[in-house]
Design a binder for this molecule. Structure first.
Ligand SMILES: Nc1ncnc2c1ncn2[C@@H]1O[C@H](COP(=O)(O)OP(=O)(O)OP(=O)(O)O)[C@@H](O)[C@H]1O
Ligand SMILES: [Mg+2]
Length: 186
């Protein structure tokens, strides 16, 4: 059986090989499914990460959320404690470069947000299956964070990121819904 590490390596390679055009079109299709969902429409405070490389584009989603008057909150990671804190951003200028090319909120200019106020979490990850199992980037950040909140969770997946079976361990949190270019998978 493939290990989490095997799948992370393989998925990073696959993502790198996606053309910019496909990435853009798929990201747009996924965003359309998300923003027309009742979950999105009913959520006023949305947590998401700022996409890197060939992750599904979240810049457009963040802009849409702002235009619709929603609060956009993004995490800042504490790599020693393996914990995240969330801050509201109202402009991309409030982001700064963190470790691993992460775009993180500048804590001086962004208000911190009580995680209990978050209504919807767009959870990042490398691979997903139809049961909602998720393979993240290996820090366990979301597996520590999600059990503490009640918000619904959605993952956005390019076609190659939906695989038949994601190996999981007891601490791994299931994601409520996965959206691919074809629509909601679960
Ligand atoms: N709730 C938890 N309490 C303690 N340790 C945890 C918890 N969740 C995950 N871990 C630890 O974190 C490490 C990484 O977990 P895992 O491989 O599931 O990462 P991941 O889900 O890919 O990461 P991320 O959510 O940051 O993208 C594991 O060693 C795991 O034991
Ligand atoms: Mg995990």
């Amino acid at each position: 059986m493939l290990t989490k590490k095997d799948i992370r390596n393989e998925m990073s390679r696959k993502l790198d090989s996606i053309s910019a055009e496909k990435w853009k079109n798929w990201s747009k299709e996924i965003a359309d499914h998300l923003v027309s969902s009742s979950l999105w429409k009913e959520s006023g405070v949305i947590a998401l990460t700022v996409s890197r490389g060939k992750e599904v584009d979240t810049y457009c989603l963040i802009e849409t959320a702002w235009k619709q008057g929603k609060k956009v909150v993004v995490p800042r990671a504490d790599f020693k404690q393996k914990r995240m804190s969330f801050f509201e951003i109202t402009s991309f200028n409030q982001l700064e470069e963190g470790p691993y090319n992460l775009k993180e909120p500048n804590v001086e200019s962004c208000p911190s947000i009580d995680p209990q106020k978050i209504e919807l979490v767009i959870v990042p990850g490398l691979a997903f299956d139809k049961n909602g199992s998720r393979l993240g980037f290996g820090g366990g950040f979301y597996d520590r964070f999600l059990p503490k909140i009640k918000a619904q969770t959605i993952a956005l997946a390019l076609p190659c990121q939906v695989i038949p079976f994601v190996p999981t361990e007891p601490h791994d949190c299931l994601i409520d819904h996965i959206i691919s270019p074809a629509g909601f998978l679960s």
